[in-house]
Design a protein around this ligand. Structure first.
Ligand SMILES: [Zn+2]
Length: 450
């Protein structure tokens, strides 16, 4: 039994944090959540408070980063040459992708996931498409790159959903993969499924999911193969959707419909599907996504870095699509920044304030993301849920004087002090307990960049 006494804790369905909450956990699960004021009592009497570890600040449930490409962490700050257009970004991305092997991928992902742990991320969804060796030649173990990611998350101390991604063609009209893209491809969706079927993460910290890279990368007649595989295996299905208008235009030109309509017609939408970005849906697309209860994962810091645009977050949520968040290209790894950007970008777009409550932003960063990744028992400070605790200091230069309910509009990843994942402490006093994060990031990035 482990006990903590949180100065403030944000409990499920509460509009704002509650002061003085005793939290107990055993075998990685929360066994008691007891506010000490307002009638609550610790299960073993007040004397247990003596051995409860104090958590000064605001304690949140674990944050879920629902969309990650771990190797993009090596691109941070390197894609702005000249003025930094989309092509300068993609050239560096392909260059790094071309250099990785299972060992360097493990080192880079371990450092990136440890940075996430420092930021309060307890679970990551890795949208993984770098499957094969140079030229597309499979490794002796065709899932060696998957295994590297699963091991990286274990070493960084966080959970992972490996969203094994089908990436088969270079464009909507079926052009073959070229150059570094050839490492992404399995040939066709049946061969993708055969490779994925041959791999299951061994350790309880990782689960499998499926992904369609985009309607550009999986031919229409093969979408149902990937969606059906996810459905049969009862795992989440993720897909990049309408990130840029060019994707919509190309899909209309080839298929006569939007990417959302194409996915709907091939059975790829529904409550187990998460659409990544959904930046440029039509009104009919928003209705299709909402009525099918398809989830949406917004990645505002990447969408701004890549000049994608601002998605209709409020309209998607109101249509029926639960919202989650991802740091995607890792230009920034800070779920507080992603969360407040959902509200602040809507303000810029509409020139009106007040679209999402703080509790809705918290839900997107926690329970919404965990649900999108297939962990329905995480993301809430509630009895029976996984014991994930993320404590944010309220006494830093950024957060001093801020009321706890305002944390999502003031705190940064650097204000996270303590992180517990499945009952195990991973971060204490702002330090990762097993990984020297800056040193490992520096070394891992140097190894795969020119
Ligand atoms: Zn992405």
């Amino acid at each position: 039994m482990t006990r903590w006494l949180a100065e403030y804790a944000w409990l499920p369905e509460h509009a704002e944090p509650t002061p003085d909450v005793l939290i107990e956990a055993e075998d990685g699960r929360i066994t008691a959540v007891a506010p000490l004021t307002g009638g609550g009592r610790p299960t073993a009497g007040v004397e247990v408070l003596r051995d409860a570890a104090r958590l000064p600040g605001l304690t949140l449930p674990g944050l879920a980063n629902a969309h990650s490409h771990a190797f993009h962490r090596a691109l941070r700050g390197r894609t702005h040459g000249g003025r930094g257009d989309f092509w300068s970004w993609r050239d560096v991305m392909y260059d790094v992708a071309g250099r990785l092997d299972p060992d360097s991928y493990l080192a880079l992902a371990r450092a990136a996931y440890a940075e996430m742990a420092l930021a309060g991320v307890t679970c990551v969804g890795e949208f993984h498409y770098l499957h094969h060796g140079p030229g597309g030649q499979p490794y002796d173990d065709p899932n060696a790159m998957s295994a590297a990611l699963v091991e990286a998350a274990a070493q960084a101390g966080i959970r992972l959903t490996l969203l094994d991604t089908a990436y088969l063609t270079a464009s909507v009209d079926g052009a073959p993969l070229q150059g570094p893209q050839r490492r992404f491809g399995d040939g066709d969706a049946l061969r993708w499924a055969a490779r994925v079927d041959a791999y299951r993460p061994e350790n309880g910290h990782a689960r499998l999911g499926a992904a369609i890279h985009s309607v550009r990368a999986v031919p229409a007649e093969q979408l149902a193969t990937v969606a059906g595989w996810a459905d049969r295996n009862g795992v989440p299905l993720h897909v990049h959707l309408s990130e840029q208008p060019a994707e919509n235009d190309a899909c209309r030109a080839v298929h006569g419909c939007t990417p959302t309509r194409l996915l709907a017609d091939h059975g790829a939408l529904g409550p187990h599907t998460t659409a990544i970005h959904a930046t440029h849906p039509t009104s009919a697309d928003v209705t299709l996504l909402g009525e099918s209860r398809t989830r949406v994962c917004l990645c505002p810091t990447t969408e701004r870095d890549l000049a994608d645009g601002i998605g209709p977050a409020r309209r998607l949520a109101e249509a029926g699509s639960p919202v989650s968040l991802g740091s995607d290209s890792h230009a920034v790894i800070d779920l507080f920044e992603e969360a407040r950007a959902v509200e602040l970008d809507e303000r810029l777009r509409t020139r009106k304030r007040g679209h999402f409550t703080a509790a809705e932003l918290l839900a997107a960063a926690t329970v919404g993301g965990h649900a999108a990744l297939g962990w329905g028992d995480a993301g809430r400070l509630a009895v029976g849920d996984r014991a994930d605790l993320v404590t944010v200091r309220l006494d830093t230069a950024r957060t001093a004087g801020v009321p706890p309910v305002g944390a999502f509009f003031a705190a940064t990843a650097a204000d996270v002090s303590h992180v517990v994942v499945d009952g195990k402490q991973v971060v204490a006093d702002g330090r990762h307990l097993t990984v020297d994060v800056p040193a490992e990031l520096r070394a891992a990035i140097a190894a795969v960049t020119a």
